[in-house]
Design a protein around this ligand. Structure first.
Ligand code: 6GU
Length: 255
């Protein structure tokens, strides 16, 4: 998988090369390119924004600058640009992700969907966003998704890119190493994961739940499911309404 990020703050994306993500890069599972949007500016002041048509507060990022950046990263058909996963290859249209608080909510299902792509380009907006025509025009040669990572407002899309990239890259084969796949993640069964414990058995007068030391695997599985259900009911009742629940689950929730 190749990830490209266009931003006015390339340093903000340094964590893409750290820890788990960095290891995926070192192992050749992911290629990462971080690009300074100002490389595509046309003036000495390297200006990337301008005042909004129609008035209002803040500034809007210029389509001219963004257009040139995206053209270089994903050359339009017939411009004799680099070959590879570009518009001319219909099976591998790159995915353009534009992080914005006005986007569709990003979810674990999206992470799985993105993990199947060969190429993802992230366009980080700052200020009041990017001129909408950039997104509209890019959709002629890329699949474009405007996504939000939650109901709050960040200064720019950079942190959202880190969030999305991490959620996606950890799903790629070979990145997490020796895990029992992703079957036990929170959200994989539509529920939150319950609590976990390790040694010592008693810590500051607090014992580990007895059942976890019983060696009775069926009882442990049922206890974990119940904790998961109770936690989800408490913290995310919205998830519970969509989860596949059995008779024992409904019994637990009724208690
Ligand atoms: Cl994706 N971008 C920005 N700037 N703010 C956000 C967001 C994204 N998601 C939630 N808030």
């Amino acid at each position: 998988m190749r990830l490209d990020v266009v931003t006015v703050f390339p340093d903000y994306l340094a964590p893409l090369r750290l820890a788990l993500l960095g290891r995926a890069v070192d192992r050749g599972i992911v290629e990462v390119g971080v690009h300074d949007l100002r490389a595509w500016t046309h003036d000495v002041h390297k200006s990337v924004d301008d005042t909004p048509f129609g008035g209002g507060p803040g500034m809007v990022m210029r389509p001219t600058v963004w257009g040139d950046a995206l053209d270089d990263l994903v050359p339009p058909a017939g411009t004799g640009g680099a070959t590879g996963s570009t518009a001319s290859d219909p099976d591998s249209r790159p995915l353009l992700i534009v992080p914005t608080p006005a986007g569709r909510p990003f979810s674990q299902a999206d992470a799985h969907r993105y993990a199947r792509r060969r190429r993802i380009v992230f366009a980080c907006g700052r200020y009041e966003g990017i001129d909408q025509r950039v997104v509209d025009e890019a959709s002629e040669r890329m699949d474009v998704e405007e996504v939000s990572i939650g109901d709050y407002v960040l200064i720019g899309g950079e942190v959202a890119v880190l969030v999305i990239a991490e959620a996606v890259v950890r799903l790629l084969p070979g990145v997490l190493g020796n895990r029992r796949s992703h079957e036990e993640d929170s959200f994989s069964d539509g529920l939150l994961e319950g609590p976990s414990y390790t040694r010592p058995e008693v810590w500051r007068d607090r014992p580990v739940p007895e059942v976890l030391k019983s060696g009775d695997h069926a009882r442990i599985a049922r206890w974990r499911r119940d904790e998961s259900l109770r936690r989800t009911a408490e913290r995310r009742p919205d998830l519970l309404r969509r989860a596949a629940l059995g008779a024992a689950d409904l019994q637990t929730l009724a208690e």
